[in-house]
Design a protein around this ligand. Sequence first.
Ligand code: CA
Length: 222
Amino acid sequence: MKILVVEDEAGVAQFIEQGLRESGYAVDVARDGIEGRDYALAIRYDAIVLDIMLPRMNGLEVLNEIRDQRVKTPVLLLTARDGIDDRVRGLDTGADDYLVKPFAFSELLARLRALLRRPPLQADTVLRAANLEMDLAKREVHRADQPIELSPREFSLLELLLRHPNQVLSRTQIIERVWNFDFYSDTNVVDVYIGYLRRKIDEPFDPPLIQTVRGVGYKLVR
Ligand code: CA
């Protein structure tokens, strides 16, 4: 289970991140609204914890944009004690629940678990390129009707490429979206994983889908 936390207050973000990791979740933290929106659009999370008061773009605008882009991930809003209007607008905009600051971590965890038990709305769950299919709901990949086993990281990387067909992604963009980027400054890991993916999804098939753009990064052609 992978959770995105969008929170600019470092202390709060760290408190949530650490608690979720200790509870067995993978966590990405975005520090402002634009970063949060970009993560939410690029990576398939199981849930998003979204603060409303954020620099650059507030949480309600982030929510609005990701719902417009048909991201159905459950969203738990964090609101200020006096932010009643925000709560109402948030639920109207497509938030699934909210939590008033300050809160106990056990309450956050209970709310998240409740959201994760809800079945996701099944829209746009299959991504395609040529004869490759990725079923996001079943977490399955097929090419030419043959099943392909991918590790979770390979799956996330392929999902990112499939969501941005014919678009060059730099190694840094890929690192930021597929890994918990604070732990990796060495972008060689991208080349290594692209190699793994190619061996599984490209080499046994035609045509090759993943292209190297020299000096820049990679793109998936569709
Ligand atoms: Ca804030």
